[in-house]
Design a binder for this molecule. Structure first.
Ligand code: B12
Ligand code: SF4
Ligand code: SF4
Length: 368
């Protein structure tokens, strides 16, 4: 990929410059890994063979490219890995929202603008600045959607370890950050992989509402609320509906309980600030948004991907789990004849829960 006859680059100096530029760009950590991931490749194959990816066919589609970045972009010899913190410090307390069954809980990462665009733009600028200083080099920017094992690469780049909940976490930052990469043909000096610090802790495994972490480091995505509410475009299997509680988009429980997240850092990027008061609106209010309102409010958010139908399906389930108030029942009844058969079926399920609600779930309207 490098032009023949190009001047040789001082790779140690180039790496020092990269790290400085990454900080200036707003990344909280940056490191460099090689492209060999034989152990992770083995785990990926086992995970796929177990069917844990459910209907995420894209996890299979690219074959060994996912664990071999040089097969995805030929000439790649290193992966530059970055972290960007997303925890919105202005958000309502996560545990308080989870404990209030009349409000919807939206995963912390989706309260602001869509991270894909923010990260990709910032990474592309970082690569361009570096190329302007060093001369052109081969590269491709990736964030989430590219078929690469981002967590394994970040671990090898020294950015953290893969915890038992399967997210990457770091001693100085917890796990509430996104990952992104630049695949490159520059043979930059590599970092040492980060060491692991889960020890005998298993808090994430115990707390998971759907027992999706079937063994340490092994996640059955088909059981994970993040998959059920985001990736899954069909009905939510009945066996998981009660366990969803009031989680209407994604789930953070395994991360919120992790002791290392007391070191989580607040997002510095202004686009991660909470939008449309998504950190604690009542379910009845959210369910009342028309499709046009939803489109206008959700454009630019990661939530936009699941569409109004998926969003309504999720809220219907949460309303089925909410206390049997007049407001909750009225919200459900208002969409009992929804145009979408998917939404109608989830509303019918929710209403049936209220019809058979034990007396303690039937709640008088709140005063005021
Ligand atoms: C598919 C996917 C999902 C799926 C499956 C998750 C998963 N664990 O694979 C679902 C939809 C469930 C999901 C959920 C979430 N995701 Co997601 N997801 C991805 C994606 C696209 C691919 C992940 C992947 O490669 N999975 C393949 C399997 C095999 O990997 P694995 O389960 O992590 O297993 C590894 C290890 O645990 C180990 N291993 C596996 N089995 C075994 C067995 C033993 C014995 C041992 C020792 C090791 C071991 O090896 C494997 C390979 O390294 C990445 C982006 C990317 N391109 O990498 C984002 C990504 C992982 N997601 C991300 C986020 C933020 C989330 C959520 C937090 C969102 C939310 N709040 O709802 C949740 C977290 C749920 C959880 N507990 O993991 C971030 C994670 C950032 C971080 N700090 O780690 C990523 C990196 C996106 C990004 N660019 O920032 N996600
Ligand atoms: S995100 Fe939620 S459902 Fe998924 S593994 Fe973590 S705690 Fe379990
Ligand atoms: S909760 Fe405990 S076991 Fe799970 S990732 Fe955090 S430290 Fe590791």
């Amino acid at each position: 990929m490098t032009a023949a006859g190009a001047p040789t680059i001082d790779l140690a100096a180039a790496k020092a410059r990269l790290l400085a530029l990454a900080r200036l760009a707003g990344f909280s950590a940056c490191g460099v890994a090689s492209v060999e991931l034989p152990e992770d490749e083995r785990h990926l194959i086992e995970w796929l063979e177990a069917g844990f990816h459910g209907r995420m066919d894209y996890m299979r589609r690219h074959g060994s490219m996912r664990s071999r970045p040089h097969e995805l972009v030929s000439g790649t010899v290193r992966v530059i890995s970055v972290r960007m913190d997303y925890w919105p410090a202005d958000a309502r307390d996560a545990e308080a929202t989870l404990a209030d069954p009349e409000r919807g809980y939206v995963s912390r990462y989706a309260l602001g603008r869509d991270y894909h665009k923010i990260m990709r733009r910032t990474l592309a600028q970082l690569a361009a600045t570096l190329a302007a200083e060093l001369g052109p080099f081969g590269h491709r920017v990736c964030v989430d959607s590219a078929p690469v094992l981002e967590k394994a690469l970040a671990r090898d780049a020294g950015l953290g370890w893969i915890g038992k909940h399967t997210n990457l976490l770091a001693r100085d930052a917890g796990s509430l950050f996104f990952l992104g990469e630049i695949l490159t043909d520059l043979p930059l000096p590599v970092d040492a992989p980060a060491s692991a610090h889960c020890g005998s802790c298993a808090a994430c495994i115990t707390v998971c509402p759907t027992q999706a972490i079937v063994a340490p480091y092994r996640l059955d995505a088909r059981r994970c609320i993040s998959y059920l509410t985001i990736e899954n475009d069909g009905p939510i299997p009945e066996e998981f509906r009660a366990a969803l509680g009031n989680r209407i988009y994604g789930c953070d429980d395994c991360q919120l309980v992790c002791p290392w997240n007391k070191y989580a850092r607040a997002a510095t990027h202004p686009d991660f600030k909470v939008r449309h008061r998504l950190d604690g609106q009542t379910l009845a209010n959210l369910f009342g948004w028309s499709e046009a309102e939803w489109n206008a409010r959700m454009r630019g958010s990661a939530i936009y991907r699941i569409g109004y139908e998926g969003w309504s399906r999720n809220i219907a389930v949460a309303l089925g789990n909410a206390p049997s108030t007049e407001e909750v029942r009225r919200a459900l009844q208002s969409r009992a004849n929804d145009a979408s058969p998917l939404v109608r079926e989830h509303v019918a399920w929710a209403l049936s829960r209220h019809a058979s609600a034990p007396p303690e779930r039937i709640v008088a309207p709140r005063a005021g």
